[in-house]
Design a protein around this ligand. Structure first.
Ligand code: ADP
Ligand code: MG
Length: 262
């Protein structure tokens, strides 16, 4: 396996520190008898953009969902920590740590009955106890940043898919997360809207956000990724810098996969 050091190459890597923001150690996840994650060890340092790729069903979404505890992991000694704090199974400390992890899903699941602005303010107000006026001001700044401030008063259904996904990114950022997880954020979009969402993600990466991005957008992976993690059947098969991975994948399965998507 090719191991990437965080300080390896690429301009983005220069911003990477060695402080581990996300750490998985010996993580297993079963759904009944089916093992979706097998012995996952993964450390993501602050400022790193880790691209996760792999065939359908290889466990990419499950990996993201365990990092923000939408799924529990097997109770067999494995652990996940965020910025040095182990995710507990439940309780107040869990809610606090989860707030450190922002997530953007494939289907831009905005709250359909709230305005764009309310979608972004509700988390800070309800979870972080931010005053409405301040939450509104911060939300408008974020909506500006992702280019949809004009739409603040509209309802989600009035926006295009690309706009909705940018709102979803703003909503996640409003919680001031330490790390952002993106699970195929552009794969449900019409092709002409993919780039506007990727542009927002490129900008975030440039600003030094720590990101885990499940995507098949190989241009983005090569341009922005500091590292590619290739998953297959619940395992991490390769973990390499993008250039190495795309030009010289080590495993047959990785070669096969790349042959299909490139
Ligand atoms: P990917 O995102 O790489 O396509 P997933 O993480 O969604 O893969 O799924 C990995 C495997 O785990 C798949 O075989 C899927 O059917 C299974 N799986 C995911 N979620 C559940 C669940 N809630 N119950 C049972 N099986 C699941
Ligand atoms: Mg998935």
């Amino acid at each position: 396996m090719t191991q990437t050091t965080p300080e390896s190459d690429g301009p983005a890597a220069a911003a990477t520190s060695t402080r581990p923001l996300v750490e998985l150690r010996g993580v297993n996840k079963h759904f009944g008898t089916f093992q979706a994650l097998a012995d996952i060890d993964l450390t993501i340092p602050e400022g790193q953009v880790a691209i996760v790729i792999g065939p359908s069903g290889s466990g990419k979404s499950t990996l993201c969902r365990t990092i923000n505890r939408l799924e529990t992991i097997d109770d067999d000694g494995g652990l996940i920590s965020i910025d040095g704090e182990v995710l507990p199974r439940e309780g107040k400390a869990l809610a606090k740590l989860r707030a450190d992890v922002g997530m953007v899903f494939q289907s831009f699941n905005l709250f359909a009955h709230k305005s764009i602005l309310e979608n972004v303010t509700v988390g800070p107000i309800k979870v972080r106890g931010v005053k409405k006026a301040q939450a509104t001001e911060e939300a408008m700044t974020l909506l500006e940043r992702v280019g949809v401030a004009q739409q603040a008063k509209k309802m989600p259904a009035e926006l295009s898919g690309g706009q909705q996904q940018r709102v979803a990114i703003a909503r996640a950022l409003a919680m001031k997360p330490k790390v952002m997880l993106f699970d195929e954020p552009t794969s449900a979009l019409d092709p002409e809207m993919v780039q506007e969402v990727l542009d927002v993600m490129v900008q975030l990466a440039k600003e030094g956000m720590t990101m885990v991005v499940v995507t098949h957008e190989m241009g983005f992976a090569r341009q922005v990724g500091d590292r590619v993690v290739f998953m297959d059947e619940g395992r991490i098969l390769e973990d390499a810098d993008p250039d190495t991975f795309f030009t010289a994948p080590q495993h047959e399965r990785a070669k096969n996969f790349l042959g299909k998507i490139l």
